[in-house]
Design a protein around this ligand. Structure first.
Ligand code: OSB
Ligand code: MG
Length: 369
C-alpha cells in the first residue's frame, strides 16, 4: 500500500517568451498547478495540472482543476489507499471527466511509486528508448515569423516542425514553408478550425506531403473525421477528440484517423495514456506525445511516456527554453542532436528548482492525510 502523508498544491504563473497564437486566441502567460505528494517515508512525487486559465482548449480551467482536486479527488485518495498508481484511474472514475485534474494527481503517484522502487518512470511504464525524438510547434500569425522560427528551431536540431493552421493562414503558409524546405518533416495542427464545408480547402493541402493534419474538424466529432479521411490523402491525427481509451478505439474502428496524439492530461493520466498506446501499437497505429505549453514536471512525464515502443513519430517534445526563460526543474530539458535523453535516475529524473518555483508561486495549499 502507498502510505500518503500530505499533498502540496502549488499554483504558479509564468510569462511565455513569445505569445502562442492559434485561431482560438493567444496564450501569453501560463498558469499551472504543481502537485507534490509526500509519503510517510519522506519520499515525494511530482505531477502537473495542465489545464489553462480559460477553457479554450478543453472545458477545464485552473480553477475547475483546483476544485476537483481538493473537493473530490484528494478525498477519494484519503478514503481509498492504493497499492499501485495504475489503480488510480479506476478510483477516479466515480468523478466524470475532469481529466487534467485527475492526471495531476495520478502522474505524481507514478513518480512517487517509481522513486519508492528506485526505478526510472520510463521503466515503470514499460519504456524501451533511451532518447526520444524532439519536435517543436510554431504558433504565429505570419509566414515571415513562421519561417524565422523554423530556421531557428532547425538550427537547434528539432526533427519535425508542427505549424498551426486555420482558413486564415494555411495554403500560402504551407507552400512557402515547403518551397524553402522541400524535405522537412511538417505536420499541421488546425485545432478544429474547419468544417466539412471546407473540404476543397483541406484537400488542397494534400500537395504539401504533410506527415499529418491534426484535428481539422470539431473537437468531439468522430464521424465527420471519418468522412474527411476518405476524401484526403494526408493522414488525419486526432487530438481534442481523444479523451479516453474508448475514444481512441472508436476513432480507429471508424477510420476517423490514422495517427493519434496522446496527451497525458487530456486522457486523465499515464495509465490511460499507456492503454491507448498499447492498443494503437497492437493495431499498427503510430502515436506521438502531444504538448500543452507545459512546465518541466509535465515535460518530464512526457519524456518517460514517449520512451514506450509505439511512439514512433517525434512529439511536441521540446526544450524547457522553447517557452521559458527559466523552468521550474533542474536540470532543464534540453534537445541534443535532435533528441531528449530519457532519464535513468529514479522517478521522473528531474529535481525541482526551488528558487524558481518560489519566484513564480502564486498560491499554495497543503492537505495533510
Ligand atoms: O493543439 O496540440 C495542441 C498547446 C496547447 C494546447 C493545445 C495544443 C498545443 C500545442 C503544443 O500545439 C505546444 C507544445 O507544448 O509544444
Ligand atoms: Mg493539437
Amino acid at each position: 500500500m502507498i502510505k500518503l502523508n500530505s499533498i502540496e498544491i502549488n499554483v504558479i504563473e509564468m510569462p511565455l517568451k513569445d505569445p502562442f497564437l492559434t485561431h482560438l486566441g493567444a496564450v501569453e502567460v501560463r498558469e499551472g498547478i504543481i502537485i507534490k505528494i509526500n509519503n510517510s517515508d519522506g519520499v515525494s512525487g511530482f505531477g502537473e495540472g495542465v489545464a489553462f486559465s480559460t477553457p479554450w482548449y478543453t472545458e477545464e480551467t485552473v480553477k475547475t482543476s483546483l476544485h476537483m482536486i481538493t473537493d473530490f479527488l484528494i478525498p477519494l485518495l484519503q478514503k481509498n489507499p492504493v497499492d499501485h498508481p495504475r489503480q488510480v484511474s479506476q478510483l477516479f472514475s466515480s468523478v466524470r471527466r475532469n481529466n487534467m485534474a485527475k492526471a495531476a494527481l495520478e502522474t505524481a503517484l507514478w513518480d512517487l511509486y517509481s522513486k519508492c522502487h528506485s526505478q526510472p518512470l520510463s521503466k515503470s511504464l514499460g519504456g524501451i528508448y533511451s532518447a526520444v525524438a524532439a519536435g517543436v510547434v510554431v504558433a504565429t500569425d505570419s509566414t515571415t515569423n513562421a519561417l524565422r522560427q523554423i530556421d531557428q528551431y532547425l538550427q537547434e536540431g528539432y526533427q519535425r516542425i508542427k505549424v498551426k493552421i486555420s482558413p486564415k493562414l494555411d495554403y500560402s503558409l504551407l507552400s512557402e514553408i515547403r518551397r524553402v524546405y522541400p524535405d522537412l518533416a511538417i505536420m499541421a495542427d488546425a485545432n478544429s478550425a474547419y468544417t466539412l464545408a471546407d473540404m476543397d480547402r483541406i484537400k488542397a493541402l494534400d500537395e504539401f506531403n504533410l506527415m499529418m493534419i491534426e484535428q481539422p474538424l470539431s473537437v468531439d466529432d468522430i464521424l465527420e473525421h471519418a468522412l474527411l479521411q476518405k476524401e484526403i490523402n494526408t493522414p488525419i491525427c486526432l487530438d481534442e477528440s481523444i479523451n479516453s481509451f474508448d475514444d481512441a478505439r472508436k476513432a480507429i474502428e471508424f477510420g476517423s484517423c490514422k495517427v493519434i496524439n496522446i496527451k497525458v492530461g487530456r486522457v486523465g493520466g499515464l495509465n490511460e495514456a499507456k492503454r491507448i498506446h498499447d492498443y494503437c501499437y497492437e493495431k499498427g497505429i503510430p502515436v506521438w506525445c502531444g504538448g500543452m505549453i507545459e512546465f518541466g514536471i509535465s515535460r518530464a512525464h512526457n519524456i518517460s511516456l514517449a520512451s514506450l515502443p509505439g511512439f514512433s513519430i517525434p512529439g511536441d517534445i521540446s526544450s524547457s527554453n522553447r517557452f521559458w526563460e527559466e523552468d521550474i526543474i533542474t536540470p532543464e530539458v534540453k534537445v541534443q542532436n535532435g533528441s531528449v535523453a530519457v532519464p535513468k535516475s529514479p522517478g521522473i529524473g528531474f529535481e525541482i528548482n526551488e528558487k524558481r518555483l518560489q519566484e513564480v508561486l502564486q498560491w499554495k495549499e497543503t492537505i495533510v492525510f
